[in-house]
Write a protein that binds this ligand. Structure first.
Ligand SMILES: [Zn+2]
Length: 733
């Protein structure tokens, strides 16, 4: 949002430029008198006063000159705090938030009652989606209740938090204070659009004051974006540019939004245009880099899916991801009673920074994946530490968003679509459910869960650092609870309520027959029954785990084996760093008790533990115990965790499947192995040939065996298989 000028006193055009003060020039610009504003600013640059010159150059968009003049002005002994605030705002506009913050702080040291400095700090906080913006604005309003700009920003923040009533109230306050509060009018327009009502009256008011004020449309677009309405956001960014072609920030935002919708050429054009016109914020620069990196990707299309994979790992991801996507599509089509209109596009980034660019400017999103309409961007397993990430659960999560956003035409509160997506992960596999992490237990213990009607706040502008995670868990567990008590269909009913623009309170009343307050009480009772004891004993558990870790470090295996089970029983869901399962398993291993080791690792696996080494060890134990089917199931879990750069995994799984005559699976595993350029390439090609042969796919068997012989011409088993193939009378596919 562009800030409003300090004063909004409209000057007449006859005003002599030389007599103008900065506020007059900004007011001319705000009211659409572009040419007069320019000559006014030009006049200021001739001023004897450095501060006036700074404002003049700023108005002429001569940023460096403006900065230099501000520096000069601040050197004067009597330079007031307000000049520092203005300089801070210039620096913020030019992407230098660090120095802007310093200037605001300096201003507040000189003048603790400077309301505008607090507004400046609030803008920086809102930029970074931290929790302080609201406090800063409250402070600004307390110091100067007549500062319209502070009310405008408060309205903006409230709407981003989906608090429409507050947004409207604050926007009205701003308009009551200044009848040309354009940004407040834009908030009203956004409120109307989000509620699917016509915004025209508000845009008409804005145009009457300044027909060339593109920022109003850009502000609206930004709010639409925050409400997942990317297509609509594109429409309004386009309008912003139409009325103000030189609004480079809107060109950049349009480019980024179009990228989210899976476009490439137009985004490049828009972003490059912004860049070439010196609009070079981090989002613009990084998005251009990301577009450039697309040359390293390969695209795989079928009728319903488009997969964009990095060339270095495409062959290792494609078979699993494509198959999973089809399973997901079939499952959700049935469950949500709908089909998607076009193919869904999934982009998988091995470089987390590239993925992070995709989520720039989006709050509370994108830890692992993010959905924009029918485009999903996500981390590749290779972007993260093995064991940290499950691409399968991420894909089920993001795909749920694709369906729910489509079903509601993007009219769904954040908490519900996130909650449902988290719920779906657990539906796919209990091992993939979102577990109650220590943060969640602490929030339950300290009664920090939010009422369902205001749960959205926990996602956008969290009040404490872990609140976003806690809110994901809470949203998910609310959906679990609804399913458990009222049935899965009620979740779909709620989806339909949101599609009809009902509020959460209305959706709950209509679908579940109780008020939101009643729901909160029942849900809290349920969650307390589930986690109350764990939460209450959290500190005790932590102490006991510490003791256990110390004992393990001292190799006191008896102590570990004696105390471990009790630690696990206190908080069985804990499978993260230094969990008791792994400590007990290591003690069992040291004691040579393979049966107990397999049992504890199985428990770990079923709780969702996913460290590759542990699961491989379990598979080894299962194989040794004559349980090949269990070993296969364990290794297949690893394909969802870290299928890349792991020859050993694919070879072992291929061998196990082959031995169990599951040739399709063996072919899949050996194909991935052979395509990943393994150390023993000929061996992998030969194994693949054998699997094809066993499956009766003679042509492919022959191709593979020839491949093996090309790699290693003297490879006897391959020569033998080739002879055998040539003797086989009938070939088939
Ligand atoms: Zn999500």
């Amino acid at each position: 949002m562009r800030r409003a000028p300090i004063l909004a006193l409209l000057m007449t055009c006859s005003l002599a430029a030389s007599a103008a003060v900065p506020a007059d020039c900004w007011a001319l610009r705000k009211h659409g008198h572009a040419a007069e504003a320019l000559s006014c600013f030009d006049g200021l640059t001739q001023s004897a006063d450095a501060y006036n010159r700074a404002e003049g150059f700023w108005g002429l968009e001569e940023w460096e000159q403006a900065g230099a003049q501000f520096e000069l002005a601040l050197k004067q002994t009597k330079s007031p705090a307000s000049w520092r605030v203005r300089y801070g705002m210039l620096l913020h506009e030019r992407f230098n938030n660090t120095d802007a913050a310093k200037l605001y702080e300096e201003a507040l040291q000189m003048d603790p009652s400077n309301a505008e400095a607090y507004v400046g700090l609030a803008i920086l906080s809102a930029d970074g989606f931290d929790d302080k913006a609201e406090d800063y604005l409250k402070k600004a309003i307390e110091l100067d209740p007549k500062l319209a700009e502070a009310h405008e920003w408060m309205a903006d923040l409230a709407l981003a938090n989906d608090d429409t009533d507050l947004a409207v109230a604050e926007a009205d306050k701003a308009i009551a204070l200044e009848n040309d509060a354009l940004d407040a009018m834009a908030i009203h327009a956004a409120v109307e659009l989000i509620a699917d009502r016509p915004p025209d009256a508000w845009f008409a008011k804005i145009q009457a004051i300044n027909p060339g004020y593109g920022q109003a449309y850009a502000n609206v677009a930004r709010q639409l974006e925050l409400h997942y309405r990317y297509e609509d956001a594109v429409t309004y960014y386009r309008k912003a540019i139409e009325v103000e072609p030189r609004l480079w920030s809107a060109h950049s935002a349009l480019g980024i939004d179009l990228m989210r919708l899976g476009k490439e050429d137009e985004p490049f054009h828009e972003l490059e245009l912004s860049y070439n016109n010196d609009y070079r914020d981090t989002a613009t620069v990084n998005s251009l880099k990301l577009l450039d990196s697309y040359k390293n990707f390969e695209t795989f299309k079928d009728k319903t899916t488009v997969l964009k994979l990095n060339k270095t790992e495409a062959t290792q991801l494609l078979p699993y991801m494509q198959a999973e996507l089809h399973t997901i599509l079939a499952t959700y089509e049935k469950k949500y009673h709908m089909t998607l209109t076009g193919p869904v596009q999934v982009e998988v980034y091995p470089d987390h920074d590239d993925f992070a660019v995709r989520t720039t400017g989006m709050p509370g999103l994108g830890a692992l994946g993010v959905t924009f309409g029918q485009v999903i961007a996500m981390d590749s397993p290779s972007a993260r530490k093995p064991g940290d990430f499950n691409w399968g659960s991420t894909l089920w999560h993001e795909m749920s968003h694709v369906f729910i956003l489509t079903a509601t035409n993007h009219r769904v509160p954040r908490w519900f679509t996130e909650g449902l997506a988290v719920h779906e992960e657990g539906q796919r596999s209990p091992e993939w459910r979102t577990r109650a992490t220590p943060d969640v237990l602490i929030a339950i213990r300290d009664k920090k869960l939010l009422p369902v009607s205001s749960l959205d706040r926990g996602f956008v502008y969290p009040e404490y650092p872990t609140q976003v995670n806690v809110s994901y868990f809470q949203g998910g567990s609310i959906c679990d609870y609804i399913q458990e008590k009222w049935g899965e269909d009620k979740l779909l009913d709620m989806v339909h309520s949101y599609a009809r623009l009902q509020t959460t309170a209305q959706a709950i009343q209509q679908s579940l027959g109780i008020s939101a307050e009643q729901f909160d009480r029942q849900y809290l009772a349920w969650i307390n029954q589930k986690y109350g004891a764990e939460a209450a004993h959290f500190d005790e558990w932590k102490d006991k785990l510490k003791t256990l870790v110390a004992a393990a470090e001292q190799q006191q295996y008896d102590t570990v084996l004696q105390q471990g089970p009790a630690v696990i029983a206190m908080y069985p869901e804990y499978v993260d760093d230094a969990n008791a399962y792994e400590l007990v398993a290591a003690a069992d291993r040291a004691r040579g008790d393979v049966k107990a080791e397999a049992a504890i690792l199985t428990a770990y696996e079923h709780e969702g533990g996913q460290m590759p080494d542990d699961l491989k060890r379990l598979a080894t134990l299962q194989e040794a115990a004559g349980q090949p089917a269990e070993a296969v199931a364990t290794l297949e879990r690893l394909n969802y965790i870290y299928p890349v750069k792991d020859e050993d995994l694919h070879r072992r799984l291929g061998d196990l499947l082959y031995a169990q005559k599951q040739y399709e699976g063996a072919i899949r595993e050996y194909s991935v192995l052979a395509a990943s350029n393994p150390v023993d390439k000929a061996g992998a090609q030969f194994d693949l040939a054998q699997a094809y042969f066993a499956a009766g796919q003679m042509d492919k068997a022959e191709d593979s065996v020839l491949g093996a012989l090309e790699t290693a011409p003297g490879y006897r088993p391959a020569q033998k298989l080739l002879l055998e193939l040539q003797k086989t009378p009938v070939k088939s596919n």
